[in-house]
Design a protein around this ligand. Sequence first.
Ligand SMILES: Cc1cc2nc3c(=O)[nH]c(=O)nc-3n(C[C@H](O)[C@H](O)[C@H](O)COP(=O)(O)O)c2cc1C
Length: 276
Amino acid sequence: MEKGYNEIKIQSDRGFKTIKILIINGGPHRGNTWLLTEKAKEYLAGKSIVFTEVHLSDMGLPFCTGCSGCFRLGHKACPHNGAVQPVMDLIEQSDGVIFSVPCFQGHLPGILKNFTDHMAFMLHRPRYFTKKALIISTTGGVMARSTTKALSSTLTGWGFNRCYQLPVAAYSWNDYRPTEKDLRKTYKIAGKFYRDVSSGKMHVPKAGVLIPFNLFQALTSVKTDYPTEDNDFWPRYRGMRYAPGIPLTPGKRLLGWLIYQMGRALSKSTTVTYRK
Ligand SMILES: Cc1cc2nc3c(=O)[nH]c(=O)nc-3n(C[C@H](O)[C@H](O)[C@H](O)COP(=O)(O)O)c2cc1C
């Protein structure tokens, strides 16, 4: 893994704000998808960006054991926190993240799925509200879009403000030569991602994103065997229907409130148990 942004000299060009982009290689090697990711990076290289790369295959991250310590006690209780935390910190420090994600059986490669399992507690306690993502996937023939969609829905659950998707049919096993059309599409979407990140504009979240935010906030009043990390986390958002600084329309605010009320009603009749 590379060191982090603070060790890189940041320069600004033509008045654009210099932004920090983290690139996460979620595949087990540097194959077709990495090649296309590098094309996007080359295209963006002339802009005011500092890049940092993480290759998940270099991390040696063991499988999530399913201990649920992250949900109950906090993510620092994860037996693999030492490996996961540096990547979480890099995401935190970045303005945007590019995910390089080969299509394996229409879904995420196991190596990335394992990483996202370690971050699943964020569906209960989201945090990356100001981050934007570009998700690049190549497939042999079909289902690159299912792959980018799957990751997009996970990332919005973590709080990501917007996910740009670049699904591409490479028709190749390890010998992809991007066509002119693929390159045009790559540059177009990479350009949109860059402009959005550097604008600093925050978008109104989709309705689906309001469900976990308001439901888990309300469920902190649910009866449990002992307090969980969720109980410490949610009071900071009391009375808020989404994270501060992220715009909401009146309709979405109302929807968030309704979800919150449903959660409150549900919490009265629900008990959650934990094995100690
Ligand atoms: C384990 C595995 C699963 C795959 N699943 C699919 C699939 O569901 N659909 C498809 O069209 N191609 C599939 N392929 C082909 C890859 O998606 C395709 O070669 C892609 O460009 C690989 O990217 P990479 O070289 O970055 O790993 C699969 C390849 C592998 C190795």
